[in-house]
Design a protein. Structure first.
Length: 487
């Protein structure tokens, strides 16, 4: 059976891993697996060019990987770093608050996660004499068209410099939030719809030095009191997740093992990008020095130069009415192609991996009968995906009062005895591996409803304002037309 997977991200690669090791699961499925990605093979890219943003994997994502391959999980654990401490600087000037997350996450660069998964897949391919399945990885190969009912796709691969046609039995859309396959499903299957909205703002990867490059009197490590007593020590980023906030800008940095820099992200939540006015590296350095001096001390001139030219990525929300496409279950959507998560919850990759875990279970239960397994997958996953959307959209406070309640509840729940009395917030439960997104939604429904009401009232007010502006404009236009006619 030929399975074409479009997208060698965490979701596509984990599914390929499962299909290749499938004979271990007591059935004789024989797969011809093709994985396509428009990007080059991560194992062949120059490591100096392949810095990427850090990603936090929790038990939810790691359990999904473990179920497919315990050995791959071990490999990833060896590559990453467990962290549960977050140091937040909310002033940008060195007033650091240290917080412990409810559970440790495994942190690694997103590029390293993909690299490790590709390498493992290739190593396993050569070693397993029992497998009847075959795997072909097509990198530098962009899918441009699909014909769902003919079960065919057209790939434009740089190796052949031609468009190659591939016939498939089932197609897997794991091509991320900007999925082109999803668009084609909507064109070719009248029962499939989706909604994709751009989220205001954007982000760029940000790479800081691990030790201060400029002297400052505001070292960022340790607590405020500790910093005051040792003002001259050169500041270092130690083993913790660092966050800085300044108005609509957030900065994150994670000093990972085996890296001589600290990898992170610069994000802004409202357009336009406040950095857009900077013309030279000196402007960038001055901007950071002025706005977030405690971060600026780790910013090298070289990084300031690169920040100017590094492209800004945007984020979007994706909601699909179905998780499969085609009258006969020709295709399935996995990961970001099917649903996205707010970046603040660190769940996108975890939930993408969990999609594969659920699909794996359905395939095993239905003896690799894909039509039955995909029908079961859709039924089983739909409720959790709906809950994930609700958590993604309505977990964060929207008003000043909600912000006070949010921080208050988080802090009070840390005090002995109060955990049982104060109802949890989604952030308190999202790390719990024993709870599904539906369970978390149920336990936090009160908070979610409150945020939802605020957001929908705001949307209503904005719509009313837009209508009244429209009416005013209409009255003004009528006035202008009358005046012209009278002339
Ligand atoms: C700044 C940032 C921080 C994040 N932090 C976290 C975190 O801490 N924890 C977490 O769980 N999640 C996090 N996420 C989300 C996470 O990165 C995504 O949810 C995850 O990568 C989704 O995996 P995927 O396999 O579905 O898709 P992707 O990783 O997006 O992979 C899709 C692949 O498809 C390929 N592709 C696209 N179109 C085509 C085409 N036409 N032809 C061929 N190939 C194609 C792409 O090149 C890509 O390799 C973060 C995201 C961002 C942006």
């Amino acid at each position: 059976m030929r399975i074409c997977i479009v997208g060698a991200g965490p979701a596509g690669l984990l599914l390929a891993q499962h299909l290749m090791g499938n004979h271990n699961n007591n059935n004789n499925a024989c797969y011809d697996v093709h994985v396509f990605d428009k990007l080059p093979n991560p194992l062949l890219t120059d490591s100096t060019d392949s810095r990427s943003y850090p990603i936090a994997l929790q038990a939810r994502g790691l359990n999904a990987i473990r179920e497919v391959s315990p050995a791959l999980t071990e490999k990833l654990v060896a590559k990453g770093q467990w962290m549960d401490t977050v140091r937040f600087d909310t002033t940008g000037k060195g007033g650091v608050q240290t917080m412990k997350r409810p559970a440790a996450s495994l942190l690694m660069e997103q590029g390293d996660l993909k690299r490790e998964m590709v390498q493992f897949l290739q190593e396993q391919q050569g070693q397993d004499a029992n497998t009847k399945s075959s795997l072909e990885l097509h990198f530098d190969c962009e899918i441009q068209s699909i014909f769902l009912h003919n079960r065919t796709l057209l790939a434009s691969c740089s190796k052949t410099k031609e468009q190659d046609a591939f016939v498939f039995d089932h197609l897997v859309a794991a091509d991320g939030a900007n999925s082109i396959l999803r668009e084609m499903f909507a064109q070719q299957d009248s029962k499939f719809h989706f909604d994709r909205k751009r989220v205001p703002g954007g982000y760029k990867p940000l790479f800081l030095e691990r030790q201060a490059v400029t002297t400052t009197t505001t070292p960022t490590t340790g607590d405020k009191e500790e910093s005051k007593s040792k003002p001259k020590e050169p500041a270092v980023l130690d083993s913790a997740i660092y966050g800085w906030m300044k108005g609509t800008q957030n900065f994150l940095s994670v000093p990972l093992p085996h890296k001589d820099y600290s990898s992170g992200v610069y994000a802004f939540t409202e357009d336009p990008d406040p950095l857009a006015d900077c013309q030279t590296p000196a402007d960038v350095l001055e901007y950071f020095q002025d706005k977030v001096p405690s971060l600026a001390q780790f910013l090298s001139e070289q990084e300031a130069t690169q920040l100017l030219t590094r492209p800004t990525s945007t984020m979007c929300t994706v909601r699909c009415n179905r998780l499969t496409a085609g009258d006969n279950y020709e295709a399935i959507l996995l990961g970001d192609a099917a649903h996205t998560f707010s970046a603040a919850l660190n769940q996108g990759c975890n939930s993408a991996l969990q999609d594969v875990q659920v699909l794996q279970k359905c395939l095993m239960k239905h003896n690799n009968n894909w039509n039955d397994a995909l029908a079961a997958y859709e039924q089983e996953r739909a409720q959790d995906v709906h809950a994930a959307h609700e958590l993604s959209d309505y977990s964060l406070p929207q008003t000043k009062l909600q912000r006070v309640e949010f921080i208050g509840r988080m802090m009070l729940r840390k005090l002995p005895g109060l955990k049982r009395v104060i109802p949890p917030l989604p952030m308190d439960l999202i790390y719990r591996e024993d709870l599904t997104y539906s369970d978390i939604l149920q336990k936090c429904q009160g908070w979610i409803d409150k945020v939802k009401t605020t957001k929908s009232k705001r949307a209503e007010a904005a719509a009313k304002e837009a209508t009244s502006i429209g009416e005013d404009q209409f009255t003004e236009n009528v006035g202008k037309t009358k005046a012209l006619l009278l002339k």
